[in-house]
Design a protein around this ligand. Sequence first.
Ligand SMILES: [Mg+2]
Length: 265
Amino acid sequence: MSKNVKDLRSLKQKKSFFFDLDGTIYLGNKLFPGILELIDTLKNKNKNFYFLSNNSSKSTSDYLKKLKSLNLDVSLENIILSQHPTMDYLKNQGYRKIFLMGNQSLKEEFENEGFQLTEETPEIIVLAFDQELTYDRLSKATRFLFMNFPYIATHLDDRCPTEEGYIPDAGGIACLLYKTTERMPRVFGKPNKEMILFKLHQTGISPEDAVMFGDRLYTDIKMGINAGITSCLVLSGESTLKMVEESENKPDLIIDGVWDLLDVL
Ligand SMILES: [Mg+2]
């Protein structure tokens, strides 16, 4: 969109670029035009860039395989999943013994990061996108919640889109536990600023040198605002200009799609 061109040029100075995935980089399994070139440009200009997803059903290395299957030439350090700020918090707070409600793939990542997984003697309950959930695990978690154990979640999306339609996500599981225990977890994924700030902290980049691109006002743009970084809405996904007018989450910039960056970087 030409009305932003002058402001868009300011992006050239940014050091860290955060991108949502679905609706921003691809739609379903189809990459938007210019994405491969954009990644090359970011690499050539020595920019930090990250692809963000709240989806904590997979480990980062399994997620990397998914991105590679779409021909994206990226590595582990280019991926931020909601389990990352969550693990960062757990480490900073000194938690080691975790009751993790999550898939085997995610459990392996937690163990590789030095956490001990237990459903008997945990220090904290961590809810993720658990597609291997059993009634037994729910019951055990409920008992600890009634005993007032600390309780956090990687993210709280209500539902997850699939080719066959929506399926329950971590937010749905959290509601089930809430109905029984009246407890809701502290959350780290989008739209919480921790999803961005833990990475800026790790890399020593200040918020004014970072920008977030995404297609959802109430997650991507809200998170950019919460984290105090520049926010840029892409119109290639679910938001329209009318939705921007009606939303309280106003982006700093609006572009048709991330391919518009190729002209300004
Ligand atoms: Mg999106």
